[in-house]
Design a protein around this ligand. Structure first.
Ligand SMILES: NC(=O)c1ccc[n+]([C@@H]2O[C@H](COP(=O)([O-])OP(=O)(O)OC[C@H]3O[C@@H](n4cnc5c(N)ncnc54)[C@H](O)[C@@H]3O)[C@@H](O)[C@H]2O)c1
Length: 350
């Protein structure tokens, strides 16, 4: 089996590689990434890409046929992957997350790839008052990032066939330690703040709901999708990925971190504009279909894992929101330093 993983050099990718290497020891794992964050390693004991058999550096907007040829499954992680980056680079986000993703899927189908796994996001629910959202409920995307994910989901659902199975995994917000840790995710930010400045600064009034999932459990879900048969769930499936117990309000996440790291002050921004992005999500479908691959890590374990990981890195930067583990900061720096052009292409390549 040959598996192509796009966007493998990000936050989630290293855990996906490790998981697929463990569960499919004889598979050929191929990485394809532009390398925006390749230099942002966080305490890795070796380069995560040593788990690949082949690593390509390239732009998803121009994937050559030979990269996709003879591949059985594609795990498509590559994206401009959060709301702030989507807002700063709106058109590029649509290009990469939507147009190039669909073009890759079309190419894959034409070249005989059997399965396409797409990393979508629960942020497609946007502002969702009331009960937890199911897959078929109306969507309410508030950002360019969320819109790009919905557009791609729609096109993928019409591409699915008995010989080309598509699975759109609507992931909860990620958290947890990685060889390329991000500090622009709510729980990771709280743990970093607690360690570096003994303060957790909540940017909203703390009431928005967020479902969370540990990156290790994202990798388990991807492993499930890579093996999914079209007879179980159909030729095109869109599914929420997470667990009912992980629907939390932001203030509860802060309280859990404060409990694990004593002496921490939680600051709620009472003057904040209401954060409209608030959604609870229903995971019945995933729970039923993905037995054996369901999330295992709970909130307490995730906090401890982050705390220990950051301590191993000797992390103590109170100004981390302006540092390289925040993706928008890194992308902007690469541009300001003349490495990336306005379309986020590398300038030093022909
Ligand atoms: N982290 C989360 O909370 C979360 C939640 C839901 C869904 N997702 C989705 O999961 C996927 C992986 O997320 P992540 O947190 O690892 O993101 P990330 O930003 O850490 O990594 C994305 C990777 O894609 C690569 N990439 C971006 N544009 C590219 C291009 N034009 N060509 C080639 N490579 C390119 C980057 O270099 C990077 O290595 C993304 O699709 C994201 O939208 C993430």
């Amino acid at each position: 089996m040959k598996i192509l993983i796009t966007g493998n050099m990000g936050y989630v990718g290293p855990l996906v590689l490790r998981r697929l290497r463990e569960s499919h020891p004889r598979a050929t794992l191929i990485g394809y990434d532009m390398g925006y964050f390749a230099h942002c390693l966080t305490g890795a004991s070796c380069l995560p890409e040593t788990h690949t058999d082949v690593q390509h550096f390239g732009d998803i907007r121009e994937v050559p046929d030979h990269v996709v040829q003879d591949v059985d499954s594609i795990v498509h992680l590559c994206a401009i992957s959060n709301d702030p980056m989507g807002a700063a680079f709106e058109e590029v986000t649509l290009d990469i997350n939507y147009r190039a993703s669909v073009a890759l899927a079309q190419k894959a189908k034409k070249l005989g790839v059997k399965r396409f796994v797409f990393a979508s996001s629960c942020s497609v629910y946007g502002c969702a008052e009331g009960g937890p959202r199911r897959e078929e409920d109306p969507l309410n995307p508030l950002t360019a990032y969320a819109k790009s994910k919905i557009n791609t989901e729609k096109e993928l659902s019409s591409l699915g066939s008995e010989t080309f199975t598509t699975t759109c995994l609507r992931f909860s917000t990620a958290c947890g330690m990685s060889d390329r840790l991000r500090l622009d995710l709510v729980l990771n930010d709280f743990v970093a703040g607690a360690l570096a400045s003994k303060q957790i600064k909540i940017l909203s009034d703390g009431t928005p709901w967020r479902p969370l999932i540990h990156v290790k459990d994202m990798a388990r879900a991807i492993d499930w999708a890579v093996q999914r048969d079209y007879r179980d769930g159909g030729t095109s499936l869109t599914i929420n990925v997470g667990s009912d117990g992980w629907n939390y309000q932001v203030k509860d996440l802060a309280a859990a971190v404060a409990k694990a790291i004593p002496g921490v002050e939680v600051l709620i921004n009472k003057d904040a504009q209401p954060d409209k992005r608030s959604y609870r999500v229903n995971f019945d479908k995933f729970t039923k279909m993905a037995q054996g691959f369901l999330p295992l890590v709970d909130l307490q374990e995730a906090v401890t894992d982050l705390r220990d990981g950051l301590m191993r890195m000797r992390f103590q930067d109170p100004d981390f929101r302006a540092g390289e583990f925040v993706r928008l900061v890194t992308l902007k720096r690469l541009r300001e330093n003349g490495h990336l052009n306005d379309n986020l292409g590398w300038k030093n390549r022909v």
